[in-house]
Design a protein around this ligand. Structure first.
Ligand code: 5AD
Ligand code: SF4
Length: 452
């Protein structure tokens, strides 16, 4: 690969790139890797504000397929580039990410949008540099969708923030929840070596990052594929890193949340008092049909243990309404569970059929109108809980990291370890610093605090 030739071409033409990212943090982090590869090759990030008419020279769509709508939106956005590409054939258009791993998707895009230059899947990121070379220098078209198991280390990464960073600790998922497409598009579960993760995080702390978010579809089963490490062990090691202040992780699966993990969370001072623990449904019948491998009672016992050992821990969740066969009684079980747990926040979704998953072929698919009504009722209850619980934060102390200066000059916005937004008196030099604060006023949306 003649990287010098590519670099030369890119820089002498001042080529710019723009990445459109859909979906979860995992995808956002992949986009940071794509940006890292592009900048290593001389590309500059396209700045919307400074180019009114000219589009970026390279436009990428990093897609998601976990729930619907994404496909329509992505297709609409690719289609909107047809004319620009006709006027400027040197423009490069690339499409990648989870959607590309779906059967027939590459062919579908190739047929409808033959002008797309690069289509590649979730297992081909390490070859992206080669693809841009082949497209720009050799004028080829790329169609590369593979199955993959390898873990690629050491891709360059252009991180979006300089105080807070993502680190992937595991890829893929083996759980096959019956509604979920992830195991099919992200492949089998595999964990990074603990040493590689620890080194990456140490390096980030040295560069001045204070917050790290560990990513994986099911971080609690980290190390399960025989590399002799466990998630609690990884957390204990990371907690010793100087300079690091906030350790976060997502997502945890209730079936794999161990007592040891709860104990480590309680003991390690840098681990944020927050757990994202998707419950999906409050009905045992639906949980079984979802293949979640836990009961409502088990979930509630986990919440009880977490709160007993980590007072004030924030619990957030994901919930799906309208799974096939969900009756009004099942749904009311979910409402009751929400009332019992009182989540700090909840991401709520209407069940969406994913072709190829087990639930797609189940009988008694729920009417869209009922799904909408249930979603509305669920969100109303969660909002009510947030309202009701707000005053309870007054006089509490918590750790926050400042991330933004507000328009009002002497005010800054911070994120608390429990995910709450907190406003403080302050100035720009506080950005990226961690403070212990006391809450003075509380609204549903945000808290107001003083440094103590
Ligand atoms: N329909 C609706 N929601 C889904 N999720 C995953 N698959 C589907 C689907 N087919 C939700 C789950 C998961 C979150 C990331 O997305 O709640 O936890
Ligand atoms: Fe999907 Fe279930 Fe795996 Fe989460 S644990 S990615 S919901 S299959």
């Amino acid at each position: 690969l003649d990287t010098a030739k590519l670099h030369n071409f890119v820089t002498s033409n001042c080529m710019t790139y723009q990445i459109n990212t859909y979906g979860c943090q995992m995808n956002a982090h992949d986009s940071e890797k794509i940006a890292g590869i592009l900048e290593k090759n001389g590309f500059l990030e396209w700045d919307e504000s400074s180019h009114q008419t000219k589009k970026a020279d390279l436009i990428i769509f990093n897609t998601c397929c976990v729930r619907d709508h994404a496909e329509a939106r992505v297709f609409g956005n690719i289609g909107a580039l047809r004319e620009a590409k006709e006027n400027n054939p040197d423009m490069v258009i690339a499409v990648c990410g989870c959607m590309m791993q779906q059967e027939g998707m590459e062919q579908k895009i190739s047929r409808r949008f033959p002008f797309v230059d690069i289509i590649f899947g979730t297992h081909n990121l390490d070859e992206f540099e080669k693809y841009i070379h082949e497209v720009i220098i050799e004028k080829k078209k790329i169609r590369q969708i593979q199955e993959g198991m390898e873990i690629i280390e050491d891709l360059p990464i252009k991180r979006a923030y300089n105080k807070s960073a993502y680190a992937t600790i595991m890829y893929g998922c083996d759980n096959y929840c019956s509604y979920c497409i992830v195991p099919y598009v992200r492949g089998r579960e595999r964990s990074r070596d603990m040493e590689a993760v620890v080194q990456e995080v140490r390096g980030l702390a040295k560069q001045g990052y204070v917050e790290i978010t560990l990513l994986g579809q099911n971080v609690n089963s980290y190390g399960g594929n025989g590399n002799n490490a466990s998630f609690p062990q990884l957390l204990r090691t990371l907690n010793e890193i100087d300079g690091l202040e906030f350790i976060r992780f997502m997502t945890s699966h209730p079936k794999d949340l161990s007592d040891e993990l709860i104990e480590v969370m309680a003991r390690c001072d840098k681990i944020c008092k927050h757990i994202h623990l998707p419950v999906q449904s409050g009905s045992n019948r639906i949980l079984t049909a979802m293949n979640r491998c836990y009961s409502r009672e088990h979930y509630l016992s986990l919440i009880h243990k977490l709160r007993a050992q980590i007072p004030d821990i924030a619990v957030t969740t994901d919930i799906i309404v309208g799974f096939p066969g969900e009756t009004e009684d099942d749904f009311e079980d979910t409402l009751r569970l929400m009332e019992q747990v009182r989540f700090t926040s909840a991401f709520t979704f209407m069940y969406s059929v994913r072709t190829g998953t087990k639930a797609a072929d189940m009988q008694h698919q729920i009417d869209k109108k009922i799904k909408k009504q249930r979603l509305h009722r669920l969100n109303a209850l969660q909002n009510q809980i947030i309202q009701e619980d707000a005053p309870g934060y007054i006089n509490k102390t918590m750790r926050v990291m400042v991330d933004e200066v507000m328009n009002k000059k002497d005010e800054v916005k911070a994120k608390a370890e429990n995910t709450k937004t907190v406003f403080l008196k302050g100035d720009p030099h506080m950005i990226g610093k961690v403070y212990e604060v006391k809450i003075k006023a509380a609204r549903a949306g945000a808290l107001v605090a003083e440094i103590i």
